[in-house]
Ligand binder design. Structure first.
Ligand code: ADP
Ligand code: MG
Length: 679
């Protein structure tokens, strides 16, 4: 029998088929989901302010006794206006109501009410226009405000929640056992649910919120740890702890201090007792590829194979070319495996991987194919990791016996988010750019300046440089495709002398590669592209970028785009074009214009757009948070993470007391469809 939590929302009184649809839309198809549909804010009637202390222009709750029967006055348009005065015993407040004939009967002289509204008037004479009010006698506290939808008001949601709360069994199973709650000072589930919806004081809200936030983070962290611990904990592929000096000598440049440190940390891991599990974070252009190459070299020198997975064909191909160029002189056999490799060729790669002739394979999701098997896989690297679902992270690793794992993140990720997405990976930060990098000059202009911007681009092309024009004219639908072509025509007219390549998501991988390669080789001067070019592409001769409709992108995405230029010795320029009028949008873009630090941009982006959007529209494989706020709940996250580690260490989820919690973990990751995750 399903528990109350799993029951269809229609089970509730007053919720019929029609309303159930609306609840579904809000993400609450079951009673349990409804109880977890938390208020997004509260209207606080519990604290009232003396009239004298109210602040002009702000909302306040005032307790006042009606001094006179509301007077009625007819004004323009036949409207009725009511006026009265109330007092808190010390000062008066003037109230005005429009067109509500019931005011004289609702507000009785000599009786006391609570009034809530924006305070207007003057310093000497406080007023409220049409405040909400309730009799003082009525026991009132804090009203929950729900994310309402058309046809379903916050009040109606509140009523349904109240119904659901009343149906909760006396003995409500709490996924957090008593011992744990005591240890972390957490209230019970029943108290938390009742209170988060209908609190009496702000302190109560804080108590309930802490418990629910903690639980949410805990469940998430436990799930992530479980994914990780699916791998055996013994290091089956120990390497010599030795800095890959031989590799460093192959490089045409010397490593930065940060690269050196990251390599050393990883080598230390791989020589240790358990397999490496490390995240390398670095700003765009900080040189993650060289770090990856060094580690592949080390593992291969120790007689093992390495695999590198990238999210797109373009990236995989590029990695293949640069790693192959670096490692071939050391007689390391590399192969590229993507969806567009011919079947015959694939077969050869499969067999050479299986018997160990290929030492390093670089590819896309194609690496996850059943036919891929390794002889002795020692190291798995995933690039631009957040593009992959949480589950895919472990899928490639499962092709070997607990290989070392290195994750390279494309964008700097705010610390909170990194903790969330990467569970407890060890982190190396590349906080240093290779020497000689120029800062990129960034301009923000409206479309009236497009011709001038194009003129500027032309000047650079004349000097033998290359450039990008990014337009969001999209990809998926047919009409969008039309417009990309249309825009391409405009660009070709604007640059009649130039060779222009066009790149967008609808193209076949092979066509994309052709366009990209031609640009890489410098045969194409100008690349008109959608954001498919966003990650990782490296063409140092490209020094200018124009981004159309800049307002459409998140800051981190803009940062990625901008990171395609400024990669060589030339001064680079990025021009953002927008006709947006919205002040917030302009503020965001100006912040971007004035900041080059990717970590700072990432923090701002997270604050502005929230975690859900942080990674753009792409799946990052993480469940949506219902209550926790990653910009403000960092401390709770830390505690929950410590708790998750402790529980995992004790193998606590296998104990009967933690059955409920285990269920929550499973449920959460089932919803996200955590592909390949064994929970
Ligand atoms: P990202 O961290 O964005 O992946 P890449 O690995 O693509 O950065 O490196 C960006 C560019 O910097 C490449 O052209 C690479 O050859 C160059 N590079 C990397 N490390 C160094 C270094 N230590 N000194 C000089 N150039 C470097
Ligand atoms: Mg890269």
């Amino acid at each position: 029998m399903p528990s109350l939590f799993e029951k269809d929302i229609q089970f509730l009184k007053g919720v019929g088929e029609k309303r159930a649809k609306l609840f579904q839309k809000l993400g609450a198809p079951t009673v349990g989901d409804l109880l977890r549909l938390y208020p997004r804010a509260y209207e606080d009637w519990s604290v009232h302010t003396p009239v004298r202390e109210t602040v002009l222009g702000e909302v306040a709750v005032v307790q006042g006794t009606v001094l006179q029967r509301p007077s009625e006055q007819r004004i323009r348009g036949g409207k009725l206006l009511y006026k009265t005065r109330v007092t808190d015993g010390e000062s008066d407040l003037v109230l005005t109501f429009f067109n509500n004939r019931y005011i004289p009967t609702l507000l009785r002289e000599g009786e006391t009410y609570l009034f809530r509204g924006k305070v207007t008037g003057t310093f000497l004479r406080r007023e409220m226009l049409s405040p909400e009010f309730v009799p003082q006698a009525k026991e009132l506290a804090i009203q929950p405000i729900y994310p309402a939808t058309a046809g379903l008001s916050s009040r109606q949601i509140g009523a349904a929640v109240q119904n659901a709360l009343q149906l909760l069994p006396e003995q409500l199973n709490d996924p957090l056992p008593d011992k744990l709650r005591e240890q972390y000072h957490l209230c019970t589930l029943r108290y938390a649910l009742e209170t988060i919806h209908f609190p009496k004081t702000q302190e109560e809200i804080a108590t309930a919120r802490f418990r629910l936030t903690f639980e949410e983070f805990l469940v998430l962290q436990l799930g992530l740890l479980r994914i990780k611990s699916g791998r055996k904990q013994k290091n089956l592929h120990p390497i010599q702890e030795e800095f890959p000096q031989g590799f460093a000598q192959l490089l045409p440049f010397s490593l930065t201090g940060a690269q050196h440190r990251a390599i050393q940390e990883a080598v230390h891991d791989m020589a240790g007792d358990s397999p490496m599990n490390r995240l390398v974070q670095g700003d765009v252009g900080s040189g993650k590829t060289a770090v990856a190459a060094a580690l592949c070299w080390s593992v291969i020198q120790n007689g093992m194979q390495a695999a590198l997975m990238a999210p797109t064909e373009i990236l995989a191909t590029q990695h293949y070319h640069s790693l192959n160029a670096l490692l071939e002189p050391a007689h390391i056999a590399c192969a590229l495996l993507t969806g567009s490799v011919k079947p015959g060729e694939k077969k050869k790669i499969y067999s050479a991987l299986a018997d160990g002739r290929i030492q390093l394979v670089i590819g896309t999701h194609a690496l996850l194919s059943d036919q891929v098997a390794f002889h002795n896989l020692g190291l798995v690297i995933t690039d631009e990791q957040h593009r992959f679902g949480v589950g895919q992270r472990s899928a490639l690793a499962q092709k070997g016996a607990s290989p070392h794992l290195l994750v390279m993140s494309a964008t700097p990720i705010p610390r909170t988010l990194a903790l969330m997405v990467y569970g407890d990976l060890d982190v190396s930060v590349l906080d240093e750019l290779p020497p000689g990098r120029q800062t990129i000059e960034t301009y923000l202009v409206d479309s009236g300046k497009r011709q001038r911007a194009f003129g500027y681009v032309q000047k650079h092309l004349d000097q033998g440089r290359q450039g990008y024009i990014i337009c969001p004219l999209i990809e998926e639908d047919d009409s969008g495709l039309q417009s990309v072509t249309h825009y391409a025509e405009l660009v070709k007219q604007a640059f009649p002398q130039a060779t222009v390549g066009v790149l967008h998501g609808k193209m076949k991988p092979r066509e994309k590669d052709r366009v990209m390669e031609s640009f890489s080789r410098g045969e194409t001067q100008l690349l008109l592209s959608t954001t498919v070019v966003e990650v990782g592409v490296d063409v140092p001769n490209a020094v200018i970028m124009v981004i159309e409709n800049a307002e459409r992108y998140g800051l981190s995405q803009l940062h990625q785009l901008r990171g395609r230029i400024g990669r060589g010795q030339y001064q680079s320029t990025c021009i953002l074009i927008t006709d947006a009028q919205n002040q917030e949008t302009l503020k965001r873009l100006k912040l971007f214009r004035d900041t080059s630090d990717g970590f700072q941009i990432a923090e701002a982006d997270l604050k502005l757009r929230g975690p859900g959007d942080f990674f753009g529209s792409r799946q990052h494989g993480l469940p949506q948070l219902k209550i926790a706020d990653m910009t403000t709940d960092m401390e709770v996250l830390r505690q929950a993470q410590a708790c998750a580690k402790e529980l995992t260490r004790q193998n606590a989820l296998e104990q009967p007391a933690y059955r409920g919690l285990r269920g929550e973990v499973r449920r959460l990751f089932a919803k996200t469809g955590g592909e390949g995750v064994v929970l």
